[in-house]
Design a protein around this ligand. Structure first.
Ligand code: BG6
Length: 471
């Protein structure tokens, strides 16, 4: 195979708080992503302006059309539609996404919409402690129904929650400020349960309200290698994937917690409160496809529990996503891989592995909704960005996609992260992912001009040839 299948979708991705800006314009409510970013405003860019998509969307969509993508994966800001999370609807927010969706379709670009990408309306945090309260799941279901009714005639592909499995690992992203590790885990387990309910309620509503609608979660994929071939390390690597990713996919797919995850919740004495009738709700959560976000692979060794460190206890290292778990796994470096300047271990083979694994485990179509290289970039004196390392990164990962398709994986498409430069989920604007440079830096918004990088022209050729990777 030297080209991709005819129906293969070429795309690019973003999320609301990372590109839109206009954080309090036209009735939008504050989100927890805004609040987190404002905490760092003194040292880095925040969500107030971000890439200013809110005022540049026509220009950005024109650039998407020129690029030739057939899909754009973006998220709707819940707080633009329902500013307080579960109160009145904001007509200006509804209209904004109406215009964006119409413009995409007029330009031959299919909208692929995520309902919730790390940005919970902040009022829900204040009123309910966010996901700790079951009413948050009901609020999400209501918001999802509003979106399906409003946009479901034009948007056929939806994603419920972006990276529940990664978001819940980080206390700050869940608005957990509990210093006691056990209590924090107990809160997390309850929040996670409500997220599963929210996911299932939204999947059900989509199937009822959107004719021909397809919906699934976007997962942060993990592929973990054992540090050695000791059986304990091999098991630790499996547990690392199970406890960081597969528990989530298994629960969405089967409508109940898998045995290994229940075992952990019991060992740690943090089984969440469940209500009668929940089983039926969760049974509706099965996805139609899996949106896969893939950046890197991990490596793990065994980490035995002991008297001071009971089984299931995390090793807390601040805000990092790769925690260690006593009795399960310890995060290790892989000496065979080169890391990006921000520490992600670059590994196209890992992509082939996870695509095969998810395809074999769930027998569902897969779609890559995020994959890309974050790095620092500066314009050359003649105003260009020569990002050959990004081109190499994307090329090698597309090769892995091609191999996975040959392996029999039903891969719908590849939507890279990200279309324009945007606000990193925690590293401001200096870490850039875009095909299109946005002329601003951490503290100076400059003119926010859009400048095509070398990777933009390269990707354009790849799309035109339906995936000729010799380019
Ligand atoms: C994914 C998120 O986890 O990784 C994106 O869905 C995020 O929102 C991306 O931007 C890259 O991570 P970061 O931290 O470099 O922005």
């Amino acid at each position: 195979m030297d080209r991709f299948p005819d129906h293969f979708l070429w795309g690019a991705s973003s999320s609301a708080f990372q590109v839109e800006g206009a954080w309090n314009e036209d009735g939008k409510g504050l989100t927890d992503a805004d609040v987190r970013s404002f905490r760092r405003s003194a040292v880095q860019a925040d969500s107030k302006v971000a890439s200013d998509f809110y005022h540049h969307w026509r220009e950005d969509i024109a650039l998407m059309k020129e690029l030739g993508i057939g899909m754009y994966r973006f998220s709707i800001s819940w707080a633009r539609i329902v500013p307080s999370g579960d109160g009145p609807v904001n007509p200006a927010g509804i209209e904004f996404y109406d215009r964006v969706i119409d413009c995409l379709l007029e330009n031959g670009i299919q909208p692929f919409v995520t309902l919730y990408h790390f940005d919970l309306p902040y009022d829900l945090v204040v009123k309910y402690n966010g996901w700790l309260d079951r009413r948050c799941a009901d609020a999400f279901a209501r918001y999802a129904k509003i979106c399906f009714k409003q946009y479901g005639d034009r948007v056929k592909y939806w994603q419920t929650i972006n990276e529940q499995n990664l978001m819940t690992r980080v206390d700050e992203r869940m608005n957990i400020s509990e210093p006691d590790l056990w209590k924090a885990d107990q809160i997390r387990a309850q929040m996670e349960y409500h997220l599963f309910l929210a996911n299932a309620l939204a999947v059900k509503a989509c199937h009822e309200l959107v004719e021909g609608g397809k919906i699934g979660p976007a997962i942060s994929a993990s592929c973990t290698y054992p540090l050695t071939n000791k059986p304990e390390d091999v098991w630790a690597a499996r547990m690392n994937d199970a406890m960081k990713t597969l528990y989530c996919l298994d629960t969405y797919y089967n409508g109940r917690y898998p045995g290994y995850y229940m075992r952990y919740l019991k060992e740690r004495s943090i089984v969440p409160q469940m209500q009668e009738g929940d089983e039926e709700i969760l049974a509706f959560g099965r996805m139609d496809y899996i949106a896969v976000n893939y950046y890197r692979t991990l490596c793990a060794s065994a980490l035995p529990a002991d008297e001071q460190h009971p089984v299931g206890m995390r090793v807390y290292r601040g805000n990092e996503v790769d925690f260690d778990l006593y009795g399960y796994c310890k995060d290790e470096k892989n000496e065979h891989l080169r890391a990006s300047e921000y520490g992600a271990q670059i590994d196209p083979m890992g992509l082939r592995i996870v695509l095969n694994e998810y395809s074999g485990r769930y027998h569902l179509p897969l779609l890559i909704t995020e994959n890309g290289l974050g790095q620092e970039e500066e314009l050359t004196p003649d105003g260009k960005i020569h990002d050959s390392s990004r081109i190499e990164y994307i090329r090698s990962h597309l090769r892995a996609c091609m191999l996975a398709i040959e392996d029999g994986v039903d891969l719908m498409g590849y939507s890279l992260w990200s279309f324009t430069d945007l606000l990193s989920s925690h590293q401001g604007f200096r870490k850039r992912y875009g095909l299109v440079y946005v002329n601003r830096d951490e503290t100076d918004e400059k003119d926010l001009r859009r400048i095509k990088k070398d990777s933009y022209s390269w990707y354009q050729k790849v799309i035109r040839t339906n995936g000729d990777l010799r380019i």
